[in-house]
Design a protein around this ligand. Sequence first.
Ligand code: SAH
Ligand code: SF4
Ligand code: F3S
Length: 470
Amino acid sequence: MERENVLIPQADLDRQREFEEKIRRLFAAREAHPAACVDTFGCQQNVADGQKLMGMLEASGFTLTQDPKEADLVLLNTCAIREHAEDRVFGNLGALTHTKKENPEQVICLCGCMAQEPRVSERIKKSYPHVDLVFGPQALWKFPELLWQVYETKKRVFSVQDEHGTIAEGIPVVREKGVKAWVSIMYGCNNFCSYCIVPYVRGRERSRDPQAVLAEVRQLVEAGYKDITLLGQNVNSYGNDLDLGYHFPDLLADIDQIPGEYLIRFMSSHPKDATPRLFDVMAASSHVAKQLHLPFQSGNDRVLKEMNRRYTRQQYLDLVNYAKRVMPGLVLTSDVIIGFPGETEEEAMDTVSLVEEVGFDALFTFIYSPRPGTKAAVMPDPATRAEKQKWFDKLLEVQNNMSAKLHAAYVGKTVRVLVDGESDDPEYPLTSRTEGNRLVRLKGDKALIGQFADVAVTGSNTWALYGEAI
Ligand code: SAH
Ligand code: SF4
Ligand code: F3S
């Protein structure tokens, strides 16, 4: 793909700012103060997209609300990764028929990964007539134009063409209050793991220009953000499409030069693209958190091959052993799928044994969910749900014991944390994160929020550490 076909031209982006202005004037003429409710499902990429959608809505004159009942516009920013995620969205859409009955002027929009699935957009067209606007991730940057069309034509608008992937810079963003910020550095995925819908709905891999990423991170650091996460479906392949001889470790090393007191994290990493050089750069940097989310999905070579993951159990182990060697104390987390089509109990137990062998801090565990259109969805899947649940429970038990053991080893030690917010636990009113992103519940003064602090760890369980600011 030629770079000029990937980057949306500045003139087209400027035009979107004009549509924002038009919508603002439309409401101003009615002396109306519209409110919008954005509900985001799914991964951090989607959360980052949601912040842009909110940015465009604010620029169009909307205030933001959490309550769909009081909103003039409701936007569901959806996820297609598992069936359960889709069911939740259809449930929400059903409920919105009532809010729209109360307020017939309410505009209901659906975007995100589900919107890009033809099966879903057809269903919305036929069975959810109260939905006014449907657009996929490829059309996110032209949300103001699509919304203007809805207001102007009073007709339903669908923008879900299977476009080649693009990059749009300079979209307004509403960030979370506090110290955390997300920066998408690349979009799409080329890996086509056989169970996964993402490459079908997010398009091919494309990387933002290094200068654009560096400028955004610099701005965030200057604005006081202290916990910045670089996002991509597969961040380690950053730069491969740019032909600059500039890759993810180069970007990390350049970001590390930005002066200030802050941490850099990144996710997700694919083992096939994670290299010893990446770990060397992490080890040598002063801002990159010594934390790695490295999904392995299965501990069995036959299943890994069927998943199209392109590494073996041994290669994965070698990789994490190297990473642990150059970064003692590294906090390691991962994603796992249990019950891939054709997986046997013995193969599932290979996954459990890998978990025992590596000692992850935390795991995100999923039971396989067939996604129509993917290769795995048509593979024979003889194991019953009850069998898969049994394997899954075994995995959870092993992991929970491991997390509890790793956490207990911290009691009596001092750790450095970034205090990020308040909790509703009166005994431990603050929440914080270690460099490794472990949750630490804290006794201490609210004035600490937004600051780094040293903490004496006094207790622990499977999910968190407990401590007192020194
Ligand atoms: N790009 C990221 C993953 C994004 S999806 C990566 O490769 O690491 C997050 C996780 O959802 C995946 O790591 C996988 O464990 C899980 N997942 C993806 N498709 C799934 C499916 N069809 N059923 C169950 N879990 C799935
Ligand atoms: Fe899905 Fe695999 Fe791409 Fe991750 S790397 S988004 S699991 S296809
Ligand atoms: Fe879901 Fe799309 Fe993310 S499918 S996990 S929101 S990329």
